[in-house]
Write a protein that binds this ligand. Structure first.
Ligand code: GLY
Ligand code: MN
Length: 464
């Protein structure tokens, strides 16, 4: 948790942006895995963490903008809870840590909401993603549970998204702490993975590291020989000599800030010549994108530039053909690069995605494309200094997609399907770094993680 001044300043900034009404914040509750007392690892809501920093279940808070009053709601542990869970600081003591002086038992929240409703005051809340909190909003505000998110306050969403978009130096330093744990995880995976091992052995090894050094993982790791499956969460394959392995994983620092790094490495420590060809194209795309990033530039144009580098590289291998800009404009490269170049990063690994990507990643001037590939770009707007993003181009050979496009004779002017089919069992390569936009470019965050072929071979061939 940061110093209380950080949270006081964040709430004061939000009050200026909202101007009137009551802002309602719901913290997360414990979430049962298979019965009530057997819970998933507790994860506090990121908006709650951003404004109050309190990592405890069953809290709520309000900011009464009209009366300039802030209240945290929660119940102190009674002796029964202390017996099972140990003693905890009181809600009052914890709230003091984020600069909130008034605390109340959680059942007093409904009275405040009832009075506000009677007085016709606006109660702002953000979209909810957990069903228990949807039901809580239903109970507090009388909104049909199926329609709760339709009543989320757009003024609040926009205000919070603008505030969280630009990271302070203390936030960037925490993101770097998270990346530095990921550094250890990525080095360890390269050195630990061996032909004959199951993917789960490597996935379990890095998850243990993340837990031992911070708050565990930011998302279930993508640790697989099937690089072509973008969000593969299956770890049951045996790694074979000659395989590439994708490790897309990120740690959470004890401050709850996250990281998201991808490296693709040969399980036996040495890339084959064909693997080197594809790897070098993805690396060039990643490095070109990083060079292009600067304030004022929109991220969609950086994405398209990264796609051009991929297209040029695949043309050199005879896999694509024709005019590069035309191919990218038509979306032909998306057969190989079907996702966005990157996303915001912060307290969430896809930062603020719960507010709705179109509410912060796009605007009136930057409309979301419906084109396959480009439609998956999560953030497209012009960049400003302090924005933290991932840069994660990839090339994948997805047999099902290749067959579909070939049968449809799609983009035959840009794709040489005979050549593509020679690579159909290649799998893929993704390389992902985390950057912060600076005043005149960007900076790759954290300790440099091996990325060139030579750097990766040096680590991956030095087995533990
Ligand atoms: N790290 C997975 C993703 O960005 O979707
Ligand atoms: Mn990512």
């Amino acid at each position: 948790m940061f110093n209380s001044k950080t949270y006081i300043q964040r709430r004061s900034e939000l009050k200026k942006r909202i101007k009137n009404g009551i802002i309602l914040f719901l913290g997360n509750n414990e979430s049962p895995m298979n019965y009530t007392d057997n819970t998933y690892h507790f994860r506090q809501d990121s908006t709650f963490l951003y404004y109050f920093g309190l990592n405890r279940a069953e809290l709520a808070a309000i900011i009464d903008v009209d009366e300039d009053k802030e209240i945290v709601f929660g119940d102190d542990f009674n002796i029964d809870t202390i017996v099972w869970m140990g003693p905890q600081p009181t809600i009052k003591q914890q709230a003091a840590g984020c600069g909130v002086k008034i605390t109340k038992p959680k059942n007093e929240l409904s009275e405040i909401c009832d009075n506000a409703i009677k007085q016709g005051r606006k109660i702002h809340f953000i979209p909810q993603y957990r069903y228990d909190n949807i039901l809580k909003i239903h109970k507090l505000l009388g909104i049909d549970p199926h329609r709760v998110n339709e009543y989320a306050s757009m003024i609040l969403i926009k205000a919070i998204a603008e505030q969280r978009l630009v990271k302070s130096n203390e936030e960037i330093s925490e993101i770097e702490n998270a990346i530095n744990i990921s550094y250890e995880m990525h080095i360890a995976a390269m050195r630990f993975a061996k032909p004959g091992m199951y993917e789960r052995e490597v996935a379990g090894f890095i998850e243990g590291l993340a837990l031992s050094m911070g708050c565990g993982l930011a998302f279930p790791p993508i640790l697989s020989r099937n690089v072509q499956t973008l969000h593969n969460h299956y770890y049951g394959n045996k790694l074979k000599d000659g395989d590439l392995v994708v490790n897309d994983s990120g740690a959470v620092a004890t401050s709850h800030y996250t990281s998201d790094i991808t490296r693709t490495f040969p399980v036996n420590g040495k890339f084959t010549q064909v693997q080197k060809f594809i790897y070098e194209i993805v690396l060039a795309s990643n490095m070109t994108a990083i060079k292009e990033i600067r304030p004022g530039k929109n991220y969609k144009s950086v994405h398209l530039r990264a796609a051009e580098v991929i297209t040029d590289g695949l043309k050199a291998l005879g896999i694509m053909k024709g005019n590069t800009k035309d191919a990218v404009e038509a979306g032909a490269h998306a057969l190989f690069f079907p996702h966005g170049l990157g996303h915001l990063l912060g307290l969430d690994v896809h930062d603020m995605e719960n507010y709705g990507e179109n509410n912060f990643g796009y605007d009136e001037k930057t409309k979301r494309s419906t084109q396959f590939g480009l439609k998956s770009l999560r953030y497209a707007r012009p960049l400003v200094a302090g924005v933290v993003l991932t840069v994660e181009p990839g090339i994948y050979f997805i047999p099902e997609l290749i067959d579909k496009w070939q049968n449809e004779k799609k983009f035959t002017e840009f794709i040489n399907y005979n050549m593509v089919n020679k690579y159909r069992n290649f799998s893929g390569v993704r390389i992902e770094d985390d950057i912060v936009v600076t005043n005149n470019g960007c900076r790759v965050l954290g300790k440099p993680i091996p990325k060139t072929i030579e750097e990766i071979e040096e680590v991956a061939s030095n087995k533990i």
